[in-house]
Design a protein around this ligand. Structure first.
Ligand code: FAD
Length: 611
């Protein structure tokens, strides 16, 4: 057997999985090396995929042939469409998954993928000669040669776990850490530290559900993947459709409760035992996923915070307590959890904790995620300073595809900001850099009306096909669907109801798909009519946005007066005010390149400057 691989992927997390699958799909002999085969695809924190900004990323991953969306659909236990009442650009699917099933199905998918090999091994060193990667050396001193290497080590590099007054080495509770960053540091890469945390898990049998509010899944069930077929006859957890072609899953409810003033009092009284507040954790944490300690201190005027109780699977009693990420000592966690309605008798199965880890500032990368200084070495996922499974998976897919394309064709796969959220993610990371864990928001898009989750396939399938990421058959299905929607548009223009063309009626907010005459409605499923409604509704906005984009270059030149007080713009988020005030940009172009400043922020600034 040949011992050399085209591509080696280090890590079996969300980035590593998509990287390995993409490289193998493009035809590279690919090896995934990961510390533990049993933790492939493990969700270190909450067992859910998608959500605002992230659902859009998953749809794009799916359109590029990735596994995340279909895997979440196949193992989902609750499906919701978030922001249903807001515009189509904000709508996002979130799927609560059976945590173990999610992992098992991914492992089986990797195992069954041709040209993809799996091995349990911890990599200690990336081998380089003349600034080009030559392979890796495992911690057991085994050398494995490869033409390209993708590092996706997640929270494991230099990982340090904190809980109460105790700190120990680890990448995740019960998993070891990795010293790979020492080898990467010797190669000249800059390394910084970030932190994140997770809440406790409690037993279902100890929850008083009568004191909580039920949160049911949506029906019809929204999905993350565009694909309707199972992958093969041996597919685990395959998708179920009823006779009417409707996706069907038995959904499990989540529950809502709230912290109390007593909870906050306990937390406040024990802040000195929190590693975050005792000054033992230096790295910046995720602003949008604050710990309960942070919430109580920073939003001291609030007397209560919502807590979602989310089941971790169909065959376990474990519940994830969403909203109380903490690193307080276990006994304090028990005390404050028991002050929450419905949780007075809570049995904690796993305490919450914080993890601090190394990341590599992503300005050291090209847009293909290849490092600028070492040829054919790629970084993807949490190690680039992002936070979240979806952000990691998107990078993994792009790194895997680019490593394989470089070896096989010499070409690259680069997505622009205007065509995808993945393009925005990569652009922000490598161009703007980051100062805190990066997560995706729809507001980061210059043109979010165009970047809807429902049209991701339309936007990206041609590129995916050309890169070898999707099959001819899948592209044919996309074309067929597009033709069908175009035909339906003609029907909507030609059909009149009460003398008004259906195309006009569909634009009205009070007109629903259910108001369409039965014989016309029967031409397409409800979801397709909904897409059409959005297409008609946003056609005008889209056109205006195109014109705005043309003006963008001019707008970038617009000067900001010396000494301008950014904190006086009430409509800007306070974090944006802080960033602008610190950086003091002199033009809108400069302001737009500041990390964390979004397209929406620039529009606000533009309006204020004009007035
Ligand atoms: P991971 O999923 O971390 O996977 C890394 C993989 O690399 C693992 O399989 C590991 O075994 C392997 N590996 C590492 N080093 C080596 C090596 N040297 N050799 C071989 N294999 C190696 N995200 C959020 O968005 N919100 C949160 O609230 C949140 N909380 C979190 C709390 C905790 C305690 C942890 C640990 C993570 C949290 N995350 C959170 C982060 C989330 O888990 C990551 O965003 C996501 O898992 C990143 O995916 P990844 O593929 O980059 O890395």
């Amino acid at each position: 057997m040949r011992s050399k691989y085209d591509v080696i992927v280090i890590g079996g997390g969300h980035a590593g999985i998509e990287a390995a699958l993409a490289a193998a799909r493009i035809g590279c002999r690919t090896l995934m090396l990961t510390q533990n085969l049993d933790t492939i695809g493990q969700m270190s924190c909450n067992p859910a995929i998608g959500g605002s900004g992230k659902g859009q990323l998953v749809r794009e991953i799916d359109a590029l042939g990735g596994a995340m969306g279909l895997n979440a659909d196949a193992t989902g236990i609750q499906f919701r469409m978030l922001n249903r009442r807001r515009g189509a650009s904000a709508r996002a699917t979130r799927v609560q998954c059976d945590k173990k099933a999610y992992q098992l199905r991914l492992k089986a998918l990797l195992e069954g993928t041709p040209s993809l090999f799996l091995e349990q091994a911890a990599v200690g060193e990336v081998l380089v000669k003349d600034r080009r990667v030559t392979g890796v050396k495992t911690e057991l001193d085994r050398i494995i040669p490869a033409d390209a290497v993708i590092v996706t080590g997640g929270t494991f590099l230099g990982g340090m776990l904190h809980i109460g007054r105790t700190s120990k080495i680890g990448g995740r509770m019960a998993d070891s850490s990795s010293n790979l960053s020492e080898s990467l540091g010797r190669l000249g890469f800059r390394i910084k530290r970030f932190k994140t945390g997770t809440p406790c898990r409690i037993s279902r049998r100890s929850i008083e559900f009568s004191a909580c509010e039920v949160q049911s899944g949506d029906f019809p069930i929204p999905r993350l993947s565009f694909e309707n077929t199972k992958r093969g006859k041996d597919d685990l957890y395959t998708l179920n459709f009823d006779q009417a072609g409707q996706f069907h899953v038995e959904q499990i409810p989540c529950w809502l409760t709230r912290t109390t003033t007593e909870t906050h009092k306990i937390i406040r009284g024990n802040l000195h035992t929190s590693p975050l507040y005792a000054g033992r954790v230096a790295g910046a944490g995720p602003r949008y996923c604050p710990s309960i300690e942070d919430k109580v201190v920073k939003f001291s005027e609030k007397t209560s915070h919502p807590i979602f109780l989310e089941p971790e699977g169909r065959h376990t009693l474990e519940f994830y307590v969403n909203g109380v990420s903490t690193s307080l000592p276990p006994e304090i966690q028990r005390e404050f959890i028991r002050s929450i309605p419905g949780l007075h008798k809570a049995e904690i199965l796993r305490p919450g904790y914080a993890v601090e880890y190394d990341y590599f500032p992503p300005t050291q990368l090209l847009k293909t995620l290849e490092t600028k200084s070492i040829s054919r070495l790629y970084f993807a996922g949490q190690i680039n300073g992002t936070s979240g499974y979806e952000e990691a998976a998107a990078q993994g897919l792009m790194a895997g595809a680019n490593a394989a394309l470089k070896l096989k064709t010499g070409r690259e796969l680069c997505l622009s900001r205007n065509e995808s959220f993945i393009g925005i993610l990569l652009d922000d990371l490598v161009e703007k850099g980051i100062e805190e864990p990066y997560r995706m928001f729809t507001s980061r898009a210059d043109d979010r009306i165009k970047l809807r989750q429902d049209n991701a396939e339309e936007r990206l399938s041609e590129l995916a096909f050309k890169a070898g990421l999707i099959t001819h058959a899948r592209r044919a299905v996309v074309h067929k669907n597009q033709e069908f929607v175009e035909r339906l548009k003609c029907v909507a223009v030609d059909t009149k109801i009460g003398g008004i063309p259906l195309a006009h009626l569909l634009k009205r907010p009070d007109f629903n798909s259910s108001d369409i005459p039965t014989e016309i409605k029967a031409l397409a499923p409800v979801q397709t009519w909904d897409i059409l409604k959005d297409e008609f509704k946003y056609a005008g906005y889209s056109h205006r946005q195109d014109l705005q984009n043309i003006n963008w270059a001019q707008r970038g030149q617009e000067r900001i007066p010396f000494g301008f007080d950014f904190t006086s713009i009430a409509s800007l988020r306070s974090e944006t005010q802080e960033r602008l005030a610190a950086a003091r940009p002199t033009s809108l172009g400069e302001a737009s390149r500041i990390s964390g400043v979004t397209a929406a922020d620039i529009s606000i600034l533009h309006i204020v400057l004009k007035s």
